[in-house]
Design a protein around this ligand. Structure first.
Ligand code: PLP
Length: 393
């Protein structure tokens, strides 16, 4: 008898097929990535790393690892190719959150000070939020955005000199503009801090040359593999070669047990795909489509945080409409459009209500949506919002 689980999977497949997916952190993986992740590699234990004399590691703690050793080395090699980098990379972190935990553990002690972007204005929970391990273990300080919604680099620099952090973190979950890594790197150097970039959202843009690369500037670079990179759900951390040993031992034995070799296989497939001309075209289209959709909202008179976008997402500020992000998210859900509510700079509502929504083009561009299609969706969203406003009167 087939498991009940396959009913759920079939239902979810239908849902994914029938909705317009605008959640900026989601994407659709290829059949090859699915096959790799659904493979027999899930059966294999492989704590440790493929033996590498230069790192002084002695290999795995279990027998039978000769195949997964080659797989993991191949995965590592491919990701270095994707980003044209000779940084060391650990492909074992299970998620973006674990990747960040690993990166911090590699270079920080409990109680050390980190300086990161405020969660309310685009940062991530793992960047020092009080409800997250990062805010409990480390002394988290934050920089913010200015009145236009852009990172306030001058204030960031001033705070860095005040609080003298051990680590400065650049990267965000809801920020639509190019991030000036050079500026961050300079400030980190001036105050003697490690410089880390969490490129979870924009990694695909970095890979495709649509966003400046943090390699060469950052000491540590963490990422997810399932957002714009279009791989399986997971994380990775890159570091300068001199931090390699610290990073690897932070992952294992520091924080994780056996690596997920089926996911590492999916990550390797995604890396192969990210090296292709087709992927570069895809990522270029993600950015072109995002700008087209954002411009359509601006033309209809909507407020967009920062006034536009340079990447795969933008934030609509709904304050003027009197509607909450939550209400708009739920009504769009009923209309077959999936996105998420988001705080806007200087948010007056609680994060559970929020005054904005976040819109991303990575997933539907994978499904072949063109700029024209995204403009049409902008009008569908506008119609729903107008109807809600009329009902509110
Ligand atoms: C998504 C995201 C993460 C966390 O990734 P998970 O895989 O959900 O744990 C970390 N940092 C940033 C900036 C993100 O956007």
């Amino acid at each position: 008898m087939a498991s009940k689980v396959f009913d759920f999977i079939a239902q979810e497949q239908e849902r994914q097929k029938n909705t317009v997916e605008l959640i900026a952190s989601e994407n659709f993986v290829s059949e090859d990535v699915l096959r790799a992740v659904g493979s027999c590699l899930t059966n294999k234990y492989s704590e440790g790393y493929p033996a590498q004399r230069e790192l002084g590691n002695k290999g795995r703690y279990y027998g039978g690892c000769h195949v997964v050793d080659q797989l993991e080395e191949y995965c590592v090699q491919k990701w270095k190719e994707v980003f044209h980098t000779d940084y060391h990379v650990n492909v074992q972190p299970h998620s973006g959150a674990s990747a960040n935990q690993v990166a911090y553990t590699a270079v920080l002690k409990p109680g050390d000070t980190i300086l990161a972007m405020n969660l309310n204005n685009g940062g991530h929970l793992t960047h020092g939020s009080a409800v997250n391990f990062s805010g409990r273990i480390y002394n988290a300080c934050f920089y913010d955005v200015d009145e236009n919604g852009c990172i306030d680099y001058d204030a960031m620099e001033r705070i860095a000199h005040e609080v003298k952090p051990q680590l400065i973190l650049a990267g965000a979950s809801a920020y639509s503009r190019i991030i000036d890594f050079e500026r961050f790197a300079k400030v980190a150097k001036d105050v003697g801090a490690y410089f880390m970039v969490d490129m979870a959202h924009i990694a695909g843009l970095v890979a495709g040359g649509e966003h400046p690369s943090p390699f060469g500037l950052a000491d540590l670079v963490s990422t997810t593999t399932h957002k714009t990179l279009r791989g399986p759900r997971g994380g990775m951390v890159f570091c300068k070669p001199e931090l390699a040993k610290k990073l690897d031992s932070a992952v294992f034995p520091g924080l994780q047990g056996g690596p997920l070799q089926h996911v590492i296989a999916g990550k390797a497939v995604a890396a192969e795909e990210a090296c292709t001309k087709e992927y570069r075209e895809y990522i270029h289209n993600v950015v072109v489509n995002c700008k087209a959709m954002c411009d359509e909202f601006l033309a209809m008179g909507y407020d967009v945080v920062t006034g536009g976008t340079d990447n795969h997402l933008f934030l609509l500020d709904l304050t003027k409409t009197g509607l909450t992000g939550k209400a708009v998210q739920e009504e769009l859900d009923r209309n077959g459009i999936t996105l998420n509510k988001n705080c806007v700079p200087n948010e007056k509502r609680s994060p559970m209500q929020a005054s904005g929504v976040r819109i991303g083009t990575a997933a539907m561009t994978t499904h072949g949506f063109t700029a024209e299609d995204f403009r049409a969706v902008a009008h569908r969203i506008d119609a729903v919002i107008k109807k809600m406003m009329a009902e509110n009167q």
